[in-house]
Every structure is written in C-alpha cells, then in structure tokens.
Design a protein around this ligand. Sequence first.
Ligand code: FES
Length: 123
Amino acid sequence: MEKPAVAEPADPPPYFQAHVFVCCNRRPDGHPRGSCAARGSEKLRDYMKVRAKELGLRGVRVNQAGCLDRCEFGPTLVIYPEGVWYRPETPADVDEILATHLQAGGRVPRLMLTEKDVPPPKR
Ligand code: FES
C-alpha cells in the first residue's frame, strides 16, 4: 500500500539577499594543500566586510568560513544563493566582486572558479 504524499511546507524566503562566505582556514606552513589564510584571506575578509558596510549593501552578509575544500585555488569565497565561487587576490579584486556581482548582479569571470577547478583526489 502506497503512503499518501505529504505536502512539504514552502521554504521561507532567504534571510539575506546574498551571503558571502570567505574561507579563513589556516594550515601549518608547508601543508601540501596550503590554506586560504596563508594566502591572505583574512585581510581580504576584513576589507570586504568594511567595504560592504561602506557601500551600504543591504541584505548582504559577509562571513568568515572554515575550509571550503577548494584549498588549492585559494583564497576562496562563495556567494549564495547563486553558489558562485571566486578567488580574489587583492583588495581591488574584492572591490570588483562587490561592485559587479553584489551591487550590479553581474559576474567577474576572470576571478571565478569553475567546475574544472577541482582539488586532486584525496588519498
Ligand atoms: S583552506 Fe580555504 S578552501 Fe580549504
């Protein structure tokens, strides 16, 4: 006998319009995967938080994250709900992501990680 379908409640609307997670994981020097903090992500996170506030970006939350598991391509950040990943290296890169992606709704292809940017298999 088949069970009757249960209606799932509708998801509530997103709390943030955009939620940015900046990896700030730090591994010891010499670790084979490296880490985003070792490549400067903490300063970029701090800069992004300040600039997002200065720009008055409503509904945009910038959070520090632990390892996002794309360490080899760091420093990494990911923006939801789109799930678009970036690899900013400088404050100017962060400015471009803020202006183009978060303010204008566009993309910054030169800084994006793609489906081809996959870490080597784990052993
Ligand atoms: S250390 Fe940043 S993705 Fe792993």
